[in-house]
Design a binder for this molecule. Structure first.
Ligand code: ZN
Length: 124
């Protein structure tokens, strides 16, 4: 097992997910609460970090939209949805590089899903 490689990939993905969610919460808070990060938003972020750390699908975690595990509890799920809906389109403006990586991940999700559909058996 190439454990090292996977661990590295895991860490990279972990870091990326955290950076992305942090950027999104910051944008949201800046517009709505006039702060870089208020207590409420910070709580949400802490919660999101924990979900990322516990995600059983890492390191090949699909983007949240494509994920079948809804790991957020009800309260935070609504909150994070609102944040993502608001900040998602603004990410290109504030964090173009994160956006590009995000799109790349999303694209590879789609390919993976499509490939799984095409050939359910006979995987090499
Ligand atoms: Zn806030």
């Amino acid at each position: 097992m190439p454990l090292d490689k996977n661990t590295k990939k895991h860490q990279r993905r972990d870091q990326f997910e955290k950076k992305t969610i942090k950027a999104m919460v910051e944008i949201y808070c800046k517009y709505h609460h006039k702060k870089p990060m208020c207590e409420e938003c910070n709580n949400l972020l802490e919660y999101a970090y924990k979900r990322i750390e516990k995600c059983p699908l890492m390191p090949d975690k699909p983007t949240c939209k494509n994920c079948h595990i809804h790991c957020y509890n009800k309260k935070y799920r609504e909150q994070i949805k609102t944040v993502m809906r608001f900040s998602g389109p603004k990410m290109f403006l504030y964090h173009p590089i994160l956006s590009i990586i995000y799109l790349k991940n999303k694209y590879s999700d789609r390919n993976r899903i499509r490939n799984n559909d095409k050939k359910p058996t006979n995987d090499k």
